[in-house]
Design a protein around this ligand. Structure first.
Ligand code: FAD
Length: 419
């Protein structure tokens, strides 16, 4: 009896799960590998960090998915490297041979060599990061309420966010709303009006990929919500109680959140392949690694140019690459080939706050309530798991009507041991 060919998919992110869906039930032995036993919906991490959602509601068990996809099984492991000659991946659980390999290990935060910033800043990549940041934000208010020194009190309530892309904008909006709508009621003895959310962007614009009128709307809206937006400003140094800008300005702040860039996941460093800026791996037009027609690199890790520019490190690119890699493998098994990968840009969007978002899609621009509704619906649609969708929707409706964020829990205080 001939054995089914084995496809190993390393990374169950946006790209990996799309590849798995395409390959399931097609007579192949599909092994799903991830160091976490869940798929994480990263675009909603900031809502966990700002006490809007439970962390479980934006993650979904990979085993539960594998159970419903025939011919697939899950292997919990950290992938440490790939031996392209023996066709094996090296994991912390041993070697795993493959006939085809799809690598989609995503990205990590890029601090661009700023060591002090890396040491003191918070970022959002993992589920645990969001919980740590939520604990930190809420603990800062608990400390502020008992702090006698007014300057320290203000610094505890000052939050510097770096990066005017969608994550920075969404986080800034959600944080200021948390302070004004929710924490203001929780802390009647604290002047929460003195809290500062400072959004620092190195260029002269927010949401650089959006059309100008949506960028202008975003800037105006954030400022009207009393987010301090600093354009053409760079953070160059940081300590536990201060943030330093390029012109020497010191912002007394206990919280620095970094969303100014990402680079390919650490796995990319150990792969015997050339690298582009940010550690991304150049791929052929069919997403294979040059010289390795059985190895596909997808999502944030892959570097591919289209229309003269590198494809962005965003979820739709990863999803389309995942689907393509799955189909390409099926085509190879049938002895046919697919046309080269072509990314279809369906647009982009970002939410700013209650009833306010911007979206640019199909040649049309939306802003305000309509864009906000579209943003909500699309995020619910792409969230994996029916129960997650219901839980997230309930949280959003609850917050919309009652101005309450239910998850404002400090699950672990900084420096506190649970032993
Ligand atoms: C806070 C935040 C907000 C974002 N918001 C948006 C947004 O609004 N819109 C948008 O389009 N994009 C957004 N993105 C970007 C988007 O999430 C990524 O582009 C997308 O997740 C990339 O998909 P991927 O499949 O390449 O990798 P990922 O989805 O990151 O998945 C990688 C997987 O690989 C696993 N993995 C990594 N290394 C290893 C290893 N060595 N061994 C085993 N497993 C490993 C990880 O656990 C993970 O499951 C956001 C990202 C972040 C962090």
């Amino acid at each position: 009896m001939t054995k089914n060919k084995r496809v190993v998919i390393a990374g169950m992110g946006f790209g990996g799960i799309r590849a798995a869906r395409v390959l399931a039930g097609r007579g192949l032995d599909v092994v799903l590998v991830d160091r976490n036993n869940y798929h994480l919906f990263q675009p909603l991490l900031y809502q966990v960090a700002t006490a809007g959602l439970e962390q479980e509601s934006i993650a979904h068990s990979v085993r539960a998915m594998a159970r419903s996809w025939s011919g697939t099984r899950f292997h919990l492991a950290e992938v440490a490297g790939v031996n392209f000659i023996s066709h094996e991946i090296q994991t912390d659980n041993g070697l795993l041979p493959y006939d085809y390999l799809v690598i989609g290990a995503g990205s990590v935060t890029n601090f661009f060599g700023l060591e002090s910033v890396k040491r003191h800043a918070f970022d959002l990549k993992e589920l645990a990061d969001a919980e740590i940041l939520r604990n930190h934000i809420l603990t800062a208010f608990e400390r502020a309420v008992i702090e006698p020194d007014p300057a320290r009190k203000r610094a505890l309530m000052t939050f510097v966010i770096v990066g005017g892309g969608p994550t920075g904008v969404e986080f800034a909006g959600a944080l200021i709303e948390l302070v004004h709508f929710v924490l203001a009621k929780d802390y009647p003895d604290l002047n929460t009006g003195a809290a500062r959310v400072v959004l620092v962007e190195a260029t002269d614009k927010l949401l650089a990929s959006m059309p100008e009128k949506l960028r202008t709307y975003t800037l105006k809206k954030l400022r009207s919500m009393s987010v301090e937006v600093l354009l053409n400003a760079r953070v160059v140094d940081a300590g536990p109680e201060r943030v330093v800008l390029h012109d020497g300005t010191v912002i007394p702040a206990h919280t620095l959140f970094w969303s100014a860039g990402v680079k390919a996941a650490a796995l990319s460093d150990v792969l015997d392949a050339p690298h582009k800026a940010g550690g991304r791996i150049p791929v052929e037009p069919d997403l294979t690694l040059p010289g390795h027609p059985d190895v596909y690199v997808i999502g944030d890790m892959a570097y591919l140019e289209q229309d003269g520019a590198a494809l962005p490190m965003i979820a739709p690119v990863a999803m389309q690459m995942g689907i393509y890699s799955g189909r390409a493998i099926l085509s190879k098994e049938r002895g046919t080939t697919l046309p080269p990968f072509c990314y279809h840009d369906k647009g982009s969007m970002a939410t700013i706050g209650r009833n306010a978002a911007v979206a640019s899609a199909f040649g049309m621009d939306f802003r305000g309530y309509l864009a906000w509704l579209v943003w909500l619906l699309l995020h619910l649609y792409y969230l994996i798991g029916f129960r997650n969708r219901i839980v997230v929707m309930l949280n959003w409706v609850w917050y919309y009507w009652f101005h309450e964020r239910q998850v404002r829990l400090i699950t672990k205080r900084e420096g506190q041991s649970h032993e």
